[in-house]
Design a protein around this ligand. Sequence first.
Ligand code: ZN
Length: 290
Amino acid sequence: MLGVVGARPGRQRGFDGASIQKRVSLDSGTFWIALRMIDRKNNRPGFSPAQPAAVAEQLFLFGPDLEPVEPEVVFVRSDRARHYRLTLQRDGAAVATIPRRGSEREARRFVEQHRDWLKRARARQQTRPRAAAVWTAGAAVLWRGETQTIRPTADGGRPVVVLGADVFRLPRSEGDLRPALEAQFARLARIELPARTWELAAATGIAIKQVTIRNQRSRWGSCSARGTISLNWRLMQTPDFVRDYIIYHELSHLREMNHSARFWARVEAVCPEWRAAERWLKRHGGLAGL
Ligand SMILES: [Zn+2]
């Protein structure tokens, strides 16, 4: 979404990975935005401008001293935008969009007019519900998009937890059930998510080579130019349309290794409900552990 105009790959001092960088002007000076590229095949930082090895969803912001900073507001230009816009991203960054014929000065005025909104949005974000750290009997957990209560029962002497139509057998019913349950969620993910990905790849005519399921704390999915799609097992906790959106998103990256207008047009064509999915992730992502 951040138009990486004049992006150049490069190695940055104090930054241990290959990255795309863009200089941006903020209220408090000039900074660098760096998109960290990770070569998923070799599992190390890497980026080739001719053939991007991977797309990373992580975005870092560096101050002049090359330390990550918390920006007040990031100003970005968008040829697609028709109006000034202020958004608060999931990572806490506030982004002011300057439309094609707009000016940064006008954008700053727009931000000033919406200070109160930004303050409220930040406060809302901080009180966003988080998943319980420990899952004991009675704890609420997100499963296939529904909030379910963990109620261990016995099935022929063995403790089980029933979430919707799924039955999970547990070694015991006391204490923190989270490690045992999450292990089973991940096991189910390794069966269901690759199957769904192959199905959607076939439906969209996009060739993939491999699907891997990962345990990631910071993102839902990623892909490599070689055709490997990696998905977070926590997608089992999201509604089906959100899970499908993430798969479509990564499949679309195999055609467009960026977040350009062309990329989003592709996503829109195969997954018209992507905006609702993004909204769901914004609202409930914390409950799914992200
Ligand atoms: Zn993406």
